[in-house]
Ligand binder design. Structure first.
Ligand SMILES: [Ca+2]
Ligand SMILES: [Ca+2]
Length: 216
């Protein structure tokens, strides 16, 4: 038997009732220390979730990923289901990398929950900082180049299945338009300050951050 529960932010998570209220689940898995309580305390401190929400999210995580970690293939499968008409491989890889905080090639529950905390409960500024530093700044050097933006937008076009013919021109136009919007001082790079300022004054972006209706 399964049931759906809504978190206060509106997201819904389905879990089976047989897994409810089993605190041993947290301690039973090797990704957790043998006593889970300090770990639970740490997650509670570092995220904007309550302990019961963390327990709840963990049960959902454990149900979907009995092995306790998410591999890149799982991300690819999920994106493939949501975007069956496009090629989601590259975008799934980029999002996977963004979630993989320790860059160990797998996403642990801790990685997942730290990221979800920012994306679901963070301020607009925190969400944008995550998008900038984890997703768009591909080489992690603190700013975004046109090349990076082009890679991201190409991945998004592939994801939604923009036809190959239309793609090149469409991508180029799109990149030029967005890049010049971000790069306020026209020095060819987008800094976090430019990114934040440009996004925060864009009503559409702000709305989408609030409802979390981005492609992520
Ligand atoms: Ca960069
Ligand atoms: Ca600039």
């Amino acid at each position: 038997m399964s049931e759906t529960t809504s978190l206060s932010s509106g997201e819904k998570i389905v879990t089976t009732s047989t897994m409810m209220d089993d605190p041993e689940l947290l301690g039973a898995h090797p990704v957790f220390p043998s006593t889970y309580r300090p770990f639970l305390d740490e997650l509670c401190e570092k995220t904007k979730f309550t302990k019961s929400e963390i327990r709840f999210l963990y049960r959902g995580f454990k149900q979907e990923c009995p092995g306790g970690i998410v591999q890149e293939d799982t991300f690819k499968e999920i994106y493939q289901k949501f975007f069956p008409y496009g090629n989601s491989t590259v975008y799934a890889h980029l999002v996977f990398k963004a979630f993989d905080i320790t860059s160990c090639g797998a996403i642990t529950f801790k990685d997942m929950i730290l990221t979800l905390s920012t994306l679901l409960r963070g301020s607009n500024r925190e969400k944008l900082k995550w998008i900038f530093s984890r997703l768009y700044d591909l080489n992690g050097n603190g700013f975004i180049t046109k090349r990076e933006l082009c890679d991201i937008i190409t991945a998004i076009h592939d994801l939604v299945g923009v036809s190959k013919q239309a793609e090149d021109r469409k991508t180029r136009d799109h990149v030029d338009r967005i890049f010049s919007k971000f790069d306020a001082n026209r020095d060819g790079i987008v800094t976090i300050e430019e990114f934040l300022e440009s996004c925060l004054k864009d009503d559409v972006i702000v709305k989408s951050l609030q409802s979390f209706s981005t492609t992520l």
